[in-house]
Design a binder for this molecule. Structure first.
Ligand SMILES: Cc1ncc(COP(=O)(O)O)c(C=O)c1O
Length: 450
């Protein structure tokens, strides 16, 4: 354990066993599953404040990932809580809209000026799926083209059919989704020509933590969509409120026909949105003679708590600059960890990569190949040192002290990584089996045992 006091996960492990009995996968989100952590080291949390979280064994961690990137202002961010408390006491779900629906729509459209109309929902999967429905209705076409280099767009059939974990999705559904490469206009051109006259929409994240658009790429995508008569959809689920309040479209200056939003909109409160051009959005309204589109309608669609949270988030982005803070602190973290691994001669084994507000650590074996065993070892060594993070996705609440602790934890993990490189057997240095990809088809290699 290389000089670190042993950390205990006894109560977490007890609760995790029980969770596995009651909840398939032991968590309500695949990416939060115990199979994403070293065995016996998956903390069950009690609460969070700012960038820190606590678990049922009393351990305190600096956290990264921040609720699957949903939290940019920090946990329990007081102005958001205050706004929520204020509406909570007056009832949250009614049979008619409240004024809050109008105010929230006005706020949204003030930060996303390229959109004419917006409709709120509860999760981004519904938003992206609705965008596809609108595009199909508007164009009368069936094929959907998505960026195949980007990992996730929806929990609904049309997208899940493209994942390894695709049981239960008919081939007929899968056959309608085609892919192109990010920053590869030729691949988009090719697919649009192959399915000419059949493509309803092109959907992509305009940028991701790992890839910025090459000069002319987004403009080229826009131009190809216009030429082929398909709807351009930007999925701003991650980029919204992390690149800028107005998302990637505000940063790169290319306006999509529709955009989809979620995650950080409510600083953790469940709110999502589809937004875009009036002629498309109106297909779901009462101002059309065309057949109407079922455009994002749900029981909890506009409960007041999440709308109030959203409005407080917009206010925070108007009055402070959380994106700049994330960029600054993220850059400090990357510089600190990368310097530590370079000093140890392990720059190829541990590195921090990506946009500072949305970065990850990369763990590789001695020959530079990404390694789940090295990842598991790194996670175990840093958990022991009070850092909980499957990534280094940051929030504006990460202080210098949080960053320093994280850099020291990574530095502390380096001797174990070196030992693993030397022996070629990282799995000898942690308990149990390595972590495994969240969206794999089979429970193995982390099937529950005993
Ligand atoms: C880019 C992107 N789009 C859509 C989604 C789906 O969001 P939700 O989990 O809110 O349905 C996610 C979730 O991770 C995402 O990262």
């Amino acid at each position: 354990m290389l000089g670190v006091t042993a950390i205990k996960f006894d109560r977490s492990n007890q609760l995790q066993r029980r969770l596995h009995e009651l909840v398939p996968g032991g968590a309500h989100t695949f990416a939060k599953g115990s199979d994403q952590y070293p065995e016996g080291m998956a903390p069950v949390l009690t609460h969070g404040r700012g960038a820190r979280v606590w678990d049922v064994d009393g351990n305190e961690f600096v956290e990264y990932g921040m609720g699957m990137r949903a939290v940019t202002l920090g946990h329990a961010y007081e102005p958001v809580l205050e706004a929520v408390r204020k509406v909570l006491v007056d009832g949250i779900s009614f049979s008619r809209p409240t004024e809050l629906e109008l105010a929230a729509a006005e706020d949204f459209l003030s930060v996303v000026p390229g959109a004419d109309m917006v409709k709120f929902g509860k999760n981004a999967s519904d938003a992206t799926s609705t965008a596809i429905r609108v595009a199909r209705a508007a164009t009368g076409r069936d094929v959907v083209v998505i960026c195949g280099d980007q990992p996730y767009f929806s929990a609904q059939d049309w997208f899940v059919g493209t994942l390894p974990i695709n049981s239960g999705i008919p081939d007929a559904v899968r056959s309608l989704v085609k892919t192109f490469g990010y920053n590869d206009l030729d691949s988009l051109r090719a697919v649009l020509e192959e399915y000419d006259g059949r493509v309803a929409c092109v959907m992509l994240e305009a940028a991701s933590g790992m890839a910025e658009p090459a000069p002319g790429f987004l403009e080229g995508v826009r131009e190809l969509c216009d030429r082929h008569g398909c709807v351009l959809v930007f999925d701003e689920t991650i980029t919204g409120f992390r690149w800028a309040a107005g998302g990637a479209q505000a940063v790169y200056g290319v306006t999509p026909d529709l955009s989809t939003w979620g995650k950080a909109m409510g600083n953790g409160f469940p709110i999502s949105a589809i937004a875009g051009k009036r002629e498309l959005m109106d297909l779901g309204g009462l101002n059309t003679d065309r057949p109407r589109v079922f455009l994002l309608s749900s029981t909890h669609g506009a409960e007041t708590v999440s709308l109030a949270a959203f409005r407080a988030v917009v206010k925070a982005y108007r009055e402070t600059d959380p994106v700049a803070t994330m960029e600054r602190q993220g850059a400090k973290l990357a510089a600190g960890v990368n310097a530590a691994s370079a000093e140890a001669g392990l720059a190829d084994v541990l590195s921090v990569i990506g946009r500072p507000s949305c970065q990850v650590f990369r763990t590789a074996d001695g020959s530079g190949r990404p390694s789940q065993s090295m990842r598991t070892l790194f996670l175990a060594e840093t958990l022991r040192r009070g850092v909980l993070g499957q990534s280094y996705v940051i929030s504006a609440a990460h202080s210098d002290a949080d960053i320093e602790q994280t850099v020291e934890a990574a530095r502390g993990a380096l001797p174990a990584l070196r030992k693993a490189v030397e022996s070629g057997r990282p799995e000898d240095l942690f308990e149990g089996r390595p972590v495994a990809p969240a969206h794999r088809l089979h429970a193995a290699p982390r099937r529950l045992t005993g």
